[in-house]
Design a binder for this molecule. Structure first.
Ligand code: NBP
Length: 472
């Protein structure tokens, strides 16, 4: 059979996606810069319809036209290098798909450059790690719509399926839209992980719970509105014992330095650039940075005074339920910010993003899959122009019901000296967002006082400058 699609890049993601595609009845051409990896891969899967090539030219020429090529190489310069090498062998109308974790502005640039040569370029966010790639990832493709239509049948077959059977792939929008939505997905993932970690910290250090007790609690929570992949794996992680013989749970033997690959930083940088409040995700990025300063923290812990008043009476069952409610409340604030950022980006970059569809795609395959995405879908189904999910009835009601818990948990943590950047930024955002009046009038007064930056008035239109001081 002539291969209907080619996969370039035989590292873990490329291999698993190639196998996924092949398993849906396609013949797949495969190529890798280092040919020995291609050779080993096809040898390991000799019963599969895989067609190896050892030069780019042979690889491209082996494909059915218009050609469909999925690039799964390292993001950044390597992606430009491969595109540069492949380009001379492509014909107008061929479709290149970049499935790497690419910065969306790189995708916008590549899409425009290739479009001028008549080559279609799709930037596709892929979520779900190596298992997702093999069994069914969530896919966020952006680029020319006609190009999407050429690859849609394959993508629809390999994508994860939501609980109602809907494939977790849809056309996201032009040029960098797909990679942008993947970037926001990753930012939300940082927020979710931070909020779950703060809950664990409070259970452990305020309520004195054991890892087994916490595992059971997370498993219980996973049956309700918090149900999600990350809560599920947390409940499992807490049951695993150290494999090197300490007798402790493995999680307690893991050093508290959270690494990152920069995608959370990208979404925070973009929020600053577009002037969108995205405090929960950004605090989560900072939380990882400060966690990395382990030596400095250990040193400071010996120097800086601890909390003085620790005699707060705690009703364990009550506080535990409040942590659950605070976690759901804060997760909602994080998603509210992430979705509002997408709305502002959609207008700014002219993408026409469809939020109900985005929430739908995230329901399976990806790391942030969660029950919460259903009410988000409903909110946008009812009102596609919704400014912020908090204004939808479901979320308004939850905020009303759970805000007390969010306040209590945050203030308890602050009084006891446990850091809760996620929880505290969530309740702060809620209070800012629902405030008709903020103290920004004083900021404007100061700006006008020292810099004659002018201000607007509450009672009439226009820009005003006040004569704060007379020339001496
Ligand atoms: P890596 O990100 O580790 O990339 C390794 C691949 O890139 C190899 O095939 C390597 O070829 C190729 N490559 C490099 Br490096 N430089 C090249 C060049 N100049 N020309 C041609 N090929 C080059 O692989 P991965 O972990 O499978 O991820 C692939 C993409 O998918 C990345 O963008 C990643 O961010 C993204 N992604 C990963 C995950 C995940 O869970 N790992 C999830 C979602 C998305 P070689 O064998 O010759 O060195």
């Amino acid at each position: 059979d002539t291969p209907q699609i080619g996969v370039a890049g035989m590292a873990v993601m490329g291999k698993n996606l190639a196998l996924n595609i092949e398993s849906r009845g396609y013949t797949v051409a495969v190529w890798n810069r280092t040919g020995s990896k291609t050779e080993a891969f096809v040898k390991d899967h000799s019963d599969k319809n895989l067609v190896p090539s050892y030069t780019i030219k042979d690889f491209v020429n082996s494909l059915e036209k218009p050609r469909r090529i999925l690039l799964m190489v390292k993001a950044g310069q390597p992606t430009d290098d491969v595109i540069h090498e492949i380009l001379p062998f492509l014909d107008k109308g061929d479709v290149l798909i970049d499935g790497g974790n690419t910065f969306f502005k790189d995708t916008m640039r590549r899409n425009a450059e290739l479009d001028s040569s008549g080559i279609n370029f799709i930037g596709m966010g892929v979520s779900g790690g190596e298992l997702g790639a093999l069994k069914g990832p969530a896919l966020m493709p952006g680029g020319q719509k006609e190009a999407y239509d050429l690859v849609a049948p394959i993508l629809t077959k390999i994508a994860a399926k939501a609980p109602d059977g809907t494939p977790c792939v849809a056309y996201i929008g032009p040029n960098g839209a797909g990679h942008y939505v993947k970037m926001i997905h990753n930012g939300i993932e940082y927020g979710d992980e931070e909020l779950i970690s703060e809950s664990y910290d409070l259970m452990k250090n305020v309520l004195g719970m054991s890892d087994d007790e916490m595992a059971k609690t997370f498993a219980e929570w996973n049956k309700g509105e918090l149900s999600s992949y990350l809560i599920d794996i947390t409940s499992k992680i807490l049951t695993y014992k150290d494999d090197l013989g300490s007798g402790k749970p493995i999680v307690e033997m893991i050093l508290d330095r959270a690494n990152n690959k920069g995608t959370g930083k990208w979404s925070s940088e973009n929020a600053l650039e577009l002037q969108v409040p995205q405090s929960v995700i950004t605090e989560s990025v900072y939380a990882r940075y400060i966690s990395m300063m382990k030596d400095e923290r250990v040193n400071a812990s010996k120097i800086l005074p601890e909390v003085v008043n620790k005699d707060i009476k705690i009703d364990k069952d009550k506080v535990l339920e409040q942590i659950r409610e605070a976690l759901y409340f804060s997760k909602i604030m994080s998603y509210a910010q992430g979705f509002e950022q997408m709305e502002i980006a959609s207008a700014h970059y002219d993408w026409d993003l469809q939020y109900e569809q985005i929430a739908s795609i995230w329901r399976a395959g990806c790391i942030i899959r969660a029950k919460l995405l259903e009410p988000i879908m409903n909110a946008y189904k009812k009102n596609p122009q919704l400014k912020n999910i908090l204004l939808d009835d479901y979320f308004k009601d939850i905020a009303g019901k759970y805000q007390d818990a969010a306040r209590n948990v945050t203030s308890l943590a602050v009084q006891l000296g446990r850091p809760v950047p996620g929880f505290s930024s969530a309740i702060t955002y809620y209070d800012q967002y629902r405030s008709a009046q903020l103290p920004a009038n004083l900021i404007q007064a100061m700006r006008d006082y020292f810099g004659a930056h002018t201000f607007e008035r509450t009672d009439r239109p226009g820009n005003f400058h006040y004569t704060w001081y007379k020339e001496q």
